[in-house]
Design a protein around this ligand. Structure first.
Ligand code: ADE
Length: 418
């Protein structure tokens, strides 16, 4: 078995943490138990490019229980949990290529090493794996049945590929399932981002002006949790509908150029590049903290900050201080990489349970429908989404109502009015 991880001696610690996460992943556990009996992925090779966390570890165990052979690499150079990577290699016999803090060259080498498995299925988080396959390793595409994509940024890239007519196999947009983005993007990003900022800085959030840039599902979650901690939250948006929603949700909404002057903590969650730029840095108060919770490290224009700075030093783990010519200090967290995975442990297992249940069931669906799906970005089948919600409610011990036959009939008729 091939692998490249930091240190296999970390495996026991990683196993303990993976088991801890599993306690919070009852839906995935049920799927794993069924996969163990039915082996729906027998003979299937999967290349997965995901954040290598304890939750991902439990997804890998589930796919393996279904009979799959797996190669896993990281979807971000800073998000790998080295102990978990070691545990997957040592105790689960899974090929892992991921080391926290790996440089860009190693990151891409690891993607290539994962692709060496000659996958039937690609499982991606951000679309880097699919991009390498479609650009540098096209000869392998004929073997691929389909893929899944975990995150908003990846789905946007895949839609661009589809529009250009270059996408060569069906990819299911797991991100777009209700049981994914409503919970993982909102409650997961909300909690884990604030957790990471607090772990990295140990700052009191209450009373601070927190500027949330981007009011998609992740931004909504971050704003909600920052407010819950007592922050005065300002939202910046480019989309009028989302901006209006933020206003009605009770937040102050203004352009970033104005927010830059008053904010204490800036959090980007847009999926776009160069969101916080030179003009913003130039207006920030001394001591301002800037971080990113979007997928890629392009949201903060770090080269601009480097240009403006006369000196730079690391003052705590994941906290870099940039001193500007006029003496002001700006603090960048986690090198502008997604802070919740760089400085904390990513989303809690209870939400990843639903995201990864969708992943496992979508892989099974792709295998069952081999050759019968269009080469497009596809939605998660509604039945899978509903099944994940049902199982999660069941695991939480929550019962819900059912429609009476009269109500069913009423909802499918049109004749009856007032
Ligand atoms: N993305 C965000 N949080 C995550 C986690 N805990 N595991 C895997 N992917 C994630």
């Amino acid at each position: 078995m091939r692998y490249e991880v930091k240190d296999l001696a970390l495996a026991e610690q990683g196993m303990l943490r993976m088991e801890w996460a599993e306690n919070e992943m009852p839906v995935l556990r049920l799927i794993r138990e069924r996969f163990e009996r039915e082996k729906p992925l027998q003979g299937i090779r999967i290349a997965a490019c995901l954040h290598v966390t304890t939750e991902t570890g439990n997804l890998m165990r589930t796919l393996k229980a279904g009979g799959a052979e797996i190669a896993l690499c990281a979807s971000n150079p800073l998000s790998t949990q080295d102990d978990l990577a070691a545990a997957l290699v040592k105790y689960e016999g899974i090929s892992v290529f991921a080391i926290k803090g790996e440089d860009k060259e190693t990151y891409y080498r690891h993607i290539h090493q994962a692709l060496d498995i000659q996958p039937h299925i690609t499982m991606d988080d951000g679309c880097d794996l699919v991009t390498v396959l479609h650009t540098e390793r096209r000869e392998q595409i004929a073997d691929v049945i389909g893929g899944t994509e975990e995150t908003t940024t990846g789905v946007i890239r895949l839609r661009a590929m589809q529009k250009e007519g270059v996408l060569q196999y069906p990819v299911i947009a797991v991100n777009d399932a209700y049981t994914k983005h409503l919970f993982d993007n909102r409650y997961g990003t909300g909690q884990s981002t604030m957790d990471a900022i607090m772990r990295a800085t140990n700052l009191l959030i209450a009373g601070r002006k927190v500027v949330v840039i981007g009011y998609g599902w992740c931004g909504r979650g971050v704003a909600m949790r920052a407010r819950g901690l007592g922050a005065h939250v300002i939202v910046c948006e480019v989309n009028p509908l989302k901006a209006l929603e933020a206003v009605m949700d009770g937040y102050e909404v203004m352009p970033l150029l104005r927010a830059a002057e008053v904010g204490d903590i800036f959090i980007t969650v847009t999926g776009n590049r160069d969101v916080v730029r030179e003009e913003h840095f130039l207006r920030m108060k001394s001591g301002a903290i800037v971080c990113n919770a979007g997928h890629f490290n392009v949201e903060i224009d770090i080269p601009a900050l480097e240009r403006l700075a006369v000196s730079k030093r690391t003052v705590r783990a994941f906290v870099d201080e940039y001193r500007l010519a006029d003496g002001r200090r700006i603090y960048l967290l986690g090198e502008g990489r997604l802070i919740n995975l760089a400085a904390a442990e990513g989303h809690p297992a209870a939400v990843m349970d639903m995201s990864f249940a969708n992943q496992a069931l979508c892989v099974e669906y792709l295998v069952q429908h081999n050759g019968r799906l269009p080469h497009e970005v596809l939605p998660v089948p509604a039945e899978i989404d509903a099944q994940v919600a049902r199982l999660k409610l069941q695991a939480l011990g929550v019962e819900i109502d059912t429609l009476t036959p009269e109500q069913e009939r009423y909802l499918s008729s049109w004749q009856e009015g007032t």
